[in-house]
Ligand binder design. Structure first.
Ligand SMILES: [Cu+2]
Length: 620
């Protein structure tokens, strides 16, 4: 020290202090991503012995060159903490003995470590430093979340460091295939005066660092999705339909019979809930499975303060402006010979023109040029927050040229349509390694080919991760009719629910482009087909109710996401249902009475309902 001199000592102290600040908690272990393929603990003679530890770790939602957050996580004793927590997976009939050690300076309350179905209030509280042993039978087959809280909050109320305290608990029925994949959804959410942070992850990672799945064409695919986050999600699969085989609420698990399995492309999942899905990839290329809520599929602003601005996205950005709850899937050609398209005549040609609206509200206007259905009326109307319907015919080869006359880049996704990957519309991702779908730069066009194999209600919408486009009408109904069928405007009524920005009110829920839709006249004794579409930005739990005299009327849901409902599910029901973002429903409605009914659309984020009135008049 004598040689350092006073200034030297001051500098050394400053240096040491800086080191300390720089490496706050330098000994924190890394929180490892968990692919949920390897069950934790030792299973012997029908007993699972498992030692869990709750500790603080350093979590990198992307890779280790990116940002980190210090979070609480479960781990197996002697191993690093994990997100999601260690996989508990046992055959039915197993006895579970789990020892949990809380290394945190905070008490932790643990939910879900008990036999299922059980009491959701059956929890275990561990004081700082405490070790507890729990023993219970596995219970009924199914998939369940287990989770912890350091704030004594519900799943919906957990914030920041405690949001990673979640894991999957699977009980396998005898003979059930275990070739499934398990995806645990988490959302790091911090809402305090220091700022707002939202970092969604699947099995501990945010896109593009989520696991990239590869399947062969024709390979049966079985997934379980567990929502351990605060928010409901709308999980959407590109290019293929999936069946929902089972659903769970965290305690109860219900397996559907084959006749009752709903089929769709988007599935709603509440916090603490689970669903099981199966699908078969039938076309090669790159595809996505993602939450359809813009805020859960965009590059988290908390991690990318600059890049999260849409203007910075480019087709060279390999994340594509996406982030969070997104999984990439590559389907390899496999052994099935590719179907040879039988082209009997020249494809039908349509044009979707996107241009800037001189009035600026909305920012964009869309026009469909269809030589078979010239609609002068649409062209003379003032721009609305909604594109005109695109009408296709089942099985007919069609080319849609998307012409971008705006000053912003875009990409259009044909939501729910079974088509080739290259035309699916995710710039820089869909297609193949040799040729991915290009972004549609200002002044350029992209021609999408499709021959939709089923008739129904679909959506076209921007897949450019720009809220401005989705809030300014870059979407519309995509309706596929049976060959020979005419679009019968008299009996076929489409309602698109979306979000529009209306100064000075900000974001509003709207129906067919307006917050105050005009009444629609219906006739008594006439069957109508109502096509309902949710293409909002983030409304995963939108509700639609059709009310007459204060109570829901009866209607019949006939199709979901464009797929006809199985006969076992076709029945008249009270007109009150959830319609998650990225979903469509076709409904039959008939009234034998004159009067007034109202379709009420509500979403938790919006105080005001929107109403679509109907006047029912006597049919002469
Ligand atoms: Cu979501």
């Amino acid at each position: 020290m004598r040689h350092l001199g006073r200034l030297g000592i001051v500098l050394l102290l400053l240096f040491l202090a800086a080191l300390e600040v720089d490496a706050e908690n330098p000994s924190l272990p890394l929180v490892m991503a968990n692919d949920n393929r390897t069950p934790a603990g030792q299973l012997k003679n029908g007993v699972l012995n498992l030692e869990l530890e709750i500790s603080q770790g350093r979590w990198y939602p992307e890779d280790e060159t990116g940002q980190y957050r210090d979070a609480y996580a479960f781990g197996e004793k002697g191993r690093p903490p994990q997100s999601s927590g260690p996989l508990i997976r046992v055959p039915q009939g197993t006895q579970i003995r789990v020892t949990i050690h809380n290394t945190l300076p905070l008490a932790v309350k643990i939910h879900g470590l008990h036999a299922h179905p059980g009491d959701p209030n059956d929890t275990a509280r561990l004081e700082p430093g405490e070790t507890r042993e729990l023993e219970f039978p596995a219970g009924e087959p199914g998939a369940y979340p287990y989770w912890g809280t350091t704030s004594d909050k519900s799943l919906k109320g957990r914030r920041a460091a405690e949001t990673l305290l979640s894991g999957a608990f699977i009980v396998d029925a005898p003979g059930m295939p275990e070739q499934d994949r398990i995806f645990v959804l988490s959302v790091w959410l911090k809402v305090d005066p220091s700022g707002f942070e939202l970092i969604p992850s699947i099995n501990g990672k945010s896109w593009p660092y989520t696991e990239h799945l590869t399947y062969k064409m024709g390979e049966a695919t079985h997934w379980r999705v567990i929502n351990a986050s605060d928010d409901p999600h709308a999980m959407h699969l590109h290019g293929f339909y999936f069946r929902v085989n089972a659903v769970g609420d965290g305690e109860h698990y219900e397996r559907y019979s084959e006749q009752q399995q709903p089929k769709g492309v988007t599935e709603f999942i509440d916090p603490g809930h689970v669903f099981e899905m199966t699908w078969t990839p039938e076309r090669a290329g790159n595809w996505l499975f993602h939450c359809h809520m813009m805020m859960h599929m965009s590059a988290p602003a908390a991690l990318h303060p600059k890049e999260a601005q849409p203007a910075a996205y480019s087709e060279h950005d390999h994340s594509g402006g996406m982030g969070g709850l997104v999984i990439g899937i590559t389907v390899l050609p496999g052994s099935i010979p590719a179907a040879v398209p039988v082209v009997t005549k020249a494809p039908r040609k349509l044009q979707l023109v996107i241009s800037e609206n001189a009035e600026k509200v909305p920012l964009y206007q869309l026009q469909v040029n269809d030589p078979q259905a010239p609609s002068e009326s649409d062209k003379t109307k003032s721009p609305r927050l909604l594109g005109p319907p695109i009408l296709l015919t089942r099985g007919e080869e069609t080319e849609i040229e998307v012409k971008n006359l705006t000053s912003s880049t875009t990409a259009i996704h044909w939501h729910g349509i079974e088509l080739e990957s290259f035309y699916d519309g995710v710039a820089g991702w869909t297609g193949s390694a040799q040729q991915t779908t290009p972004a549609i730069a200002p002044g350029t066009s992209f021609v999408a080919h499709m021959a939709p194999p089923r008739a129904g209600t679909f959506i076209y919408h921007t897949h450019w991760h720009d809220q401005k486009q989705l809030e300014n009408g870059v979407y519309g109904p995509l309706i596929v009719l049976e060959p020979g069928q005419k679009y019968d405007l008299e009996h076929d009524k489409t309602f698109v629910f979306s979000i529009g920005r209306y100064a000075p009110f900000g974001s509003m829920l709207i129906v067919n482009g307006t917050p105050e839709p005009d009444p629609v006249e219906l006739k008594t004794g006439t069957i109508y087909r109502l096509r309902l579409i949710n293409i909002t930005t983030n409304e995963s739990d939108l509700r639609v109710r059709l009310e007459g005299e204060g109570a829901p009327v009866q209607w019949k849901v006939i199709a979901s996401d464009g797929a006809d409902l199985p006969a076992a599910l076709l029945k008249s029901s009270a007109a009150d249902m959830g319609l998650t973002v990225g979903s469509t429903r076709d409904i039959e409605y008939e009234s034998d009475r004159e009067g007034h009914v109202e379709m009420k659309i509500s979403a938790p984020g919006f105080e005001a309902l929107i109403m679509q009135p109907f006047d029912i008049v006597f049919a002469k």
